[in-house]
Design a protein around this ligand. Structure first.
Ligand SMILES: Cc1cc2nc3c(=O)[nH]c(=O)nc-3n(C[C@H](O)[C@H](O)[C@H](O)COP(=O)(O)O)c2cc1C
Length: 315
């Protein structure tokens, strides 16, 4: 059997398939629907220092090829996460990655320190990319200097593996990725949702209560795949690709572009078993191709085209 073990900045996963933040709650909600022992890790819903109710409804809207959401980081807040959610998630048979979002660098540091020291948590994912929270005109996700500050302060606050989740809503994704790398991130998620909207022509009002939402699902795949390709060529960090993955071949596209692991989100809503099918499909493909380890095919599609720094760093 091929070895699907995957290393993400010091964290070893049994395979490269991770369930994305916001699509599996705090882990326990999906225990009866998904056999978590089959996936590499899950990322819990992004938590903030204080509980948040999120945006006003409607907050979900299907669109051809995808889903628009404007949940707005509804979550239980740090205290309840530490006291109630983490102990409940302790028995889950997979690695737990805790996603956090702060209002500023100091808050990111407090959150990273608090969740990073818990035994249940294997890594911390910094969410700088939620498009559903009101911010100044220049959002954090598009500000390399601001990202540098946030990542540096979180880095100083925890020894845990630090993953930074980037946004596709940027003109220069490479500068943003490089800023996160320089500031001490261990890995990058490429990427979160893309800003979008729909209008209800009968009521002549925006379909989402928040007007704008984040586009996820199939339509996002080519966008985030291109970002993965670009960023894999400009940083040495391991990349977790994601956006629109619904099959093993989709996951493989990200890996061939340079991702070391992948995240699956929206596809779980249609078929909670999809992550296990992806792991199974990747295993079958590896057997057919006689690939013994996942590292063998990371970035394979780009090998002849341009040097993939991520591969060089691994080999
Ligand atoms: C309903 C919903 C809620 C989400 N909430 C979060 C969140 O709290 N934190 C986060 O980092 N990403 C969140 N995301 C983004 C996903 O984690 C993922 O990055 C994105 O949906 C793209 O992957 P997909 O096309 O496989 O869903 C959410 C996505 C959806 C659909």
């Amino acid at each position: 059997m091929p070895d699907l073990t995957t290393n993400i900045g010091g964290l070893t996963l049994r395979n490269p398939v991770i369930l994305a933040s916001g699509t599996v709650g705090y882990g326990t909600e999906y225990g009866s629907l998904i056999d978590l022992s089959l996936v590499g890790a899950i990322v819990t819903k992004t938590i903030t220092l204080n509980p948040r109710e999120g945006n006003r409804p409607p907050r979900l809207r299907e669109t051809p090829g995808g889903l628009l959401n404007s949940i707005g980081l509804e979550n239980v807040g740090l205290e309840k996460f530490l006291d109630e959610k983490l102990p409940m998630a302790a028995g889950l048979e997979t690695e737990l990655i805790a996603s956090i979002a702060g209002a500023d660098a100091a808050e990111f540091a407090d959150l990273a320190s608090a969740v990073g020291e818990r035994d249940e948590v294997s890594a911390v994912e910094i969410n700088i990319s939620c498009p559903n929270v009101k911010r100044a005109r220049r959002p954090l996700w598009a500000d390399p200097e601001g990202i540098g500050k946030v990542v540096r302060s979180a880095r100083a606050a925890t020894q845990s593996t630090l993953i930074v989740k980037l946004s596709p809503n940027v003109a220069d994704a490479q500068s943003v990725a490089e800023a996160a790398e320089e500031a001490g991130a261990d890995a990058l998620v490429v990427a979160n949702t893309l800003t979008g909207m729909r209008i209800d022509v009968d009521s002549m009002t925006p379909a989402l209560g928040n007007v704008f939402g984040g586009l996820s699902g199939r339509a996002l795949l080519p966008v985030n795949l291109a970002l993965t390709w670009k960023i894999a060529g400009s940083v040495r960090l391991p990349i977790i690709g994601g956006g629109g993955i619904a099959s093993a071949d989709d996951a493989l596209e990200y890996i061939l572009a340079g991702a070391t692991a992948v995240q699956v989100g929206t596809a779980l809503f249609k078929d909670p078993g999809v992550a296990a099918s992806i792991v199974h499909g990747l295993t079958e493909r590896m057997i057919r191709k006689e690939w013994r380890t996942t590292a063998e095919y990371v970035g394979l599609a780009r090998k002849e085209k341009e040097p993939c720094l991520a591969i060089k760093a691994d080999s």
